[in-house]
Design a protein around this ligand. Structure first.
Ligand code: G3D
Ligand code: MG
Length: 201
């Protein structure tokens, strides 16, 4: 029995739920597809609605790779211009940022670039991994991740880990892949933080 107990407790330790919930905030211009992505992600999951004023917040479980079973609390903050100053309060102490982008909207690419740069520059977000969700890949004229990297000037964003994930929030394609990539970046960041702490000792 003792051996079994030992087995069970190590199994429990290995369960992702023991790692706690990760906080993720979704940002991006209005109409990029944030709310669609959030509800699509949640759709196959246990539904847990929270009354929302100006933002939505849902618990989402990772489905792929090491993110499988990991709980994410995902905040979807209004993207309208008048709401953008609020982003700062949601991104404080967040584990990861999902920047949702309309991959077709050439007219507002520069505006999206500016908002992304502003988010990355904010001292509250220092070092927080950023997943750029290149949404609306189902539409003709959707730009590819490589092109978006250039248009958004991501290579200049050296102070953050980032990844561009093509997606379609309507079908859900790419959403869990994106969450997995974000989780991998969060783990990498934690590992680095641990290593630099150990070095200082
Ligand atoms: P937001 O929360 O970022 O403001 P929404 O954006 O989720 O409200 O989406 C804005 C519009 O884009 C919605 O259309 C939604 O259906 C559409 N949309 C979101 N994701 C995709 C996608 O991957 N592909 C396509 N083709 N459309 C998408 P409406 O017509 O309701 O305004
Ligand atoms: Mg919305």
């Amino acid at each position: 029995m003792g051996a079994n107990m030992g087995k069970n407790s190590s199994l429990l330790d290995a369960l992702p739920s023991a790692q706690g919930t990760l906080h993720v905030v979704m940002l991006g211009l209005d109409s990029a597809g944030k709310t669609t992505a959030l509800y699509r992600l949640k759709f196959d999951q246990y539904l847990n609605t929270v009354p929302t004023i100006g933002f939505n917040c849902e618990k989402v479980k990772g489905a792929l790779g090491r993110a499988k079973g990991v709980n994410f609390l995902v905040w979807d903050v209004g993207g309208q211009e008048k709401l953008r100053p609020l982003w700062k309060s949601y991104t404080r102490c967040t584990d990861g940022i999902v920047f949702v982008l309309d991959s077709v909207d050439s007219e507002r690419m520069e505006e999206a670039k500016m908002e992304l740069a502003r988010t990355a520059r904010s001292p509250d977000n220092a070092g927080v991994p950023i997943l750029v969700l290149a949404n609306k890949q189902d539409l003709p004229g959707a730009r590819e991740p490589r092109e978006l990297e250039k248009l958004l000037g991501l290579s200049e964003m050296s102070s953050h880990c980032w990844h561009v994930q093509p997606a379609c929030a309507i079908t859900g394609d790419g959403l869990h892949e994106g969450l997995e990539q974000l989780y991998e970046m969060i783990l990498r960041r934690r590992k680095l933080a641990k290593q630099s702490k150990a070095k200082k000792r």
